[in-house]
Design a protein around this ligand. Structure first.
Ligand SMILES: C[S@@+](CC[C@H](N)C(=O)[O-])C[C@H]1O[C@@H](n2cnc3c(N)ncnc32)[C@H](O)[C@@H]1O
Length: 223
């Protein structure tokens, strides 16, 4: 907790919160992974101190692959020492790889069954949000599930207090949600047992070209 707060203050734009997610939110974010039967390739983006990571690790079996991408060096060191090294020591045949990098700079193989994403998109400029969503949908196999979250009401609360550019980014994110709901199976889930309460979004990728489906253009605001 202390490490998270310290890093949050130092890097508020990329960390986006002052507390790690609760076990209830972690459970909702990782349910599809934990209940999946059969081999799986899992990618986690933005684990922070690892509330979602620790929910995924016990579900891994021989034949599974788990990649984790985190840009913050302090969080990476914490994850390695506290969770990943002990897991690898107990399960040497299961590859769990931590990539210390921004997701947009990472080189990963395609075909993930699950992507669980903790990035604070409400803090990002629209072009970055668009390109990260495009990249994640591209990395996911058809039928795979991408899960991300945001704090409940965060966009509505922010809107009156931010400048034009930020408002456009919020509009773009909302437009993305609508486009995604039309192009893929899209489900929202409210988790009150988190500070603050959160909404998890579960996207099941349908066939077709995700490059065009994933656009978040602020100008596309039809419902
Ligand atoms: C809101 S915190 C979420 C942490 C954790 N998943 C949780 O729910 O408590 C966002 C995390 O994403 C990381 N992050 C931000 N931008 C990133 C990027 N472009 N690529 C990879 N990680 C990023 C931050 O360093 C931080 O650890």
């Amino acid at each position: 907790m202390l490490s998270f707060l310290h890093e949050a203050i130092r890097n508020i734009r990329t960390t986006g919160s002052v507390m790690p997610s609760s076990p209830a939110l972690a459970s909702a974010m990782t349910r599809a992974i934990r209940t999946h039967v059969g081999p799986k390739r899992v990618l986690e983006v933005g684990p922070g101190t690892g509330p979602f990571t620790v929910a995924v690790l016990p579900s891994l079996r021989a034949g599974d692959v788990f990649d984790i991408v985190e840009l913050n060096q302090t969080f990476c060191a914490h994850l390695e020492e506290k969770h990943l090294q002990p897991f690898r020591a107990a399960h040497p045949s299961i590859p769990v790889r931590l990539h210390e990098s921004a997701i947009e700079d990472s080189a990963l193989d395609h075909g993930y069954d699950f992507i669980v994403c903790g990035l604070p998109f409400n803090n990002f400029p629209l072009p970055l949000t668009e390109s990260i969503f495009r990249q994640m949908l591209d990395l996911l196999r058809t039928g795979g599930v991408l899960t991300f979250f945001e704090y409940l009401g965060a966009r509505e609360l922010k809107r009156p207090f931010v400048g034009r550019e930020h408002r456009l980014a919020i509009d773009g994110l909302e437009s993305f949600h609508r486009q995604t709901a039309r192009s893929h199976a899209f489900r929202r889930e409210i988790i009150m047992a988190n500070i603050p309460p959160a909404c998890a979004f579960h996207i099941t990728k349908s066939g077709g070209d995700s490059r065009t489906e994933a656009g978040c253009s602020a100008s596309t605001t039809t419902t």
